[in-house]
Design a protein around this ligand. Structure first.
Ligand SMILES: *Cc1c(COP(=O)(O)O)cnc(C)c1O
Length: 390
């Protein structure tokens, strides 16, 4: 039976027979699993037979999360990590070696940008940063040593959209691996693997967990990439998720479809309210017809997500807005049930030189808004009263 996303989100990863009928996946805290005899020990140890033996290398609770994410992303396999950045670095190190070349967006999650700079300084893996709103820029940046196209769409923090099918086509013609950071969209709003992308990563800290109460990451995609990550990155660098946290992510995923439906609705309505407000200079939301890549977003996303970028002009105006919002929380993360706002220029990007910050799309008055699942009327009223103070 082919299942809808809503049904999969509730039931994916279940193995009731193996778990005595437990309706909630049990948490296995064990870091060590015993073998019945020497031959079994040898077979499991050498991966001739499936089985668990040591915490860093696999756990039944973690495996349930991995099966769930493989199903939700429609991928062959998945691997869970202790953070989104552990998933990002595992993906990169599984694909690239010294001397290789990466193409990545000029505007994206800033810690990923910093990782790519670090790779150049420490491992001679160089990255060309391109305007990812035009897929052809990936093709133009190809060198003989290009191994990886990194994409992040919608992107952090200005919600840019990359045409994933177009990037995947360019990559396939040149034997280049493609990875998408699917954190902002979640598989409810976008399934990159179905568009030809080889692997996705998630910061499960955000929408998958959904309650601002855990840190985790996931890699999902083609079996060869995920298996390399399992055999190499995960095994050698560590970064495995704790089974207790894997269980919390699974708990979050059960309501992912419901939450995303409301995030989509609230953000769409709020973006349409903000775009008409005289104190707001710009609104970045892929669901707005004024968004430069609205057509691409419509093609590859059934919903436009809960993330909005808005610009109120100056650092002072940005600070005044966040200081006067009463319902919206001033904080740096996103994807939780509560509405969170961040003023990037005075927070995440405060130590970055202004010129570099603006080049990455972070203007003085830019705010990143993660629209929660509260009542839209309350959110609208909060913004109306706070915008009056600017
Ligand atoms: C938060 C985030 C990450 C990093 O995830 P952590 O769980 O904080 O390590 C990566 N990509 C995007 C788009 C994010 O928002």
């Amino acid at each position: 039976m082919s299942k809808t996303f809503e049904t999969l989100a509730v039931h994916a990863g279940e193995d009731r027979d193996a778990e005595h009928g437990a309706v909630s996946v049990p948490i296995y805290p064990a870091s060590v699993f015993a073998f019945p005899n020497a031959d079994e020990a040898s077979a499991i140890h050498n991966e001739e037979r499936p089985g668990y033996y040591y915490g860093r290398l696999g756990n039944p609770t973690t495996a349930a999360l991995e099966r769930t994410m493989a199903e939700l992303e429609n991928g062959e396999a998945a691997l869970a990590f202790a953070s989104g950045m552990a998933a990002v670095s595992a993906a990169v190190f599984s694909v690239c070696r010294t001397g290789d070349h990466i193409v990545a967006p000029a505007s994206m999650y800033s810690t990923a940008t910093n990782l790519f700079h670090f790779l150049k300084d420490h491992f001679e893996i160089e990255t060309t940063f391109v305007d990812a709103t035009n897929a052809e820029n990936y093709g133009s940046a190809i060198q003989s040593n290009t191994k990886l196209f990194w994409t992040e769409t919608p992107s952090n923090p200005i919600v840019q959209i990359t045409d994933l099918a177009a990037v995947a086509n360019i990559a396939k013609a040149s034997g280049i691996t493609t990875v998408t950071d699917n954190t902002f969209a979640t598989p409810y709003n976008q399934r990159p693997l179905e568009l030809g992308i080889d692997a996705v990563i998630h910061s499960a800290t955000k929408y998958l967990g959904g309650h601002s109460d855990l840190t985790a990451g996931v890699l999902a995609g083609n079996a060869d990439i995920v298996n390399t990550a399992r055999q190499k990155a995960s095994k050698l660098f560590g970064g495995n998720i704790a089974p207790q946290v894997a269980w919390l992510v699974l708990r979050g995923i059960k309501t992912l479809a419901l939450r995303m439906e409301r995030h989509n609705e609230n953000a769409f309505a709020l973006a349409n309210m903000l775009v008409k407000h005289p104190r707001v200079e710009a609104v970045y939301y892929p669901g707005l017809e004024s968004h430069p890549n609205h057509d691409v977003a419509k093609k590859q996303m059934p919903g436009f997500g809960g993330m909005i970028g808005l610009d109120v002009g100056t650092i002072e105006a940005g600070k005044t807005l966040v200081n006067n919002l009463k319902l919206c929380t001033l904080a740096t993360s996103l994807g939780g049930v509560e509405t969170i706002i961040q003023h990037s220029a005075s927070m995440t990007h405060a130590t970055i030189p202004r010129k570099d910050r603006i080049a990455a799309g972070v203007t003085d008055g830019l705010l990143r808004l993660s629209v929660g699942i509260e009542s839209f009327d309350d959110l609208q009223a909060d913004f109306e009263q706070a915008l009056e103070k600017i």
